[in-house]
Design a protein around this ligand. Structure first.
Ligand code: FMN
Length: 135
């Protein structure tokens, strides 16, 4: 399993770096230059929220070519945005019918990073089970 993320001002990148997931998972950063790269493996996505609960355009472009491998989404936001708080995650979860793993504020707390590691681990295990026991 991979972890794909997008970060415009560095918060999501910091969340990924501080979670220490780069040893266990192949981490892919969505950038303007890489947004149309097709990943051949299942992945979970971590995205910020911009523009009144919106999904960043780079992430939308990436999902257009990669949504079939999307297994879950986590989103960053800022509670100052009220009802729009980290809503990109809900949007993506609804559009692509994948679990919303969690929302976190800015670069997240240690407890939030721990929650993400656990949830990513559970998704990874279920992917590996499916690969071993096809049905
Ligand atoms: C112009 C702008 C619009 C934003 N819109 C939202 C929003 O609608 N909802 C939300 O929860 N956070 C919003 N945010 C906050 C960002 O999602 C938050 O800072 C996030 O951690 C940024 O991640 P990044 O640094 O990895 O790009 C906005 C921030 C900016 C600068």
């Amino acid at each position: 399993m991979r972890i794909a993320f997008y970060s415009m001002t560095g918060n999501v990148r910091r969340f990924i770096d501080n979670a220490g997931v780069r040893d266990e998972y192949d981490v892919f950063e969505i950038t303007p230059g890489s947004k149309e790269t097709v990943l051949d493996d299942p992945f979970v996505l971590v995205t910020p929220t911009y523009g009144f609960g919106g999904v960043p355009a780079q992430v939308e472009a990436f999902l257009e070519v990669n949504s079939s491998n999307l297994k879950g989404v986590a989103s960053s936001g800022n509670r100052n945005w009220g009802a729009h708080y980290a809503q990109a995650g809900q949007e993506i979860s609804g559009t692509y019918n994948v679990p919303l793993m969690m929302k976190f504020e800015l670069h997240g707390t240690p407890a939030e990073r721990e929650e993400f590691i656990e949830k990513a681990g559970a998704i990874n295990e279920s992917i590996e089970r499916e690969e071993i026991q096809p049905h």
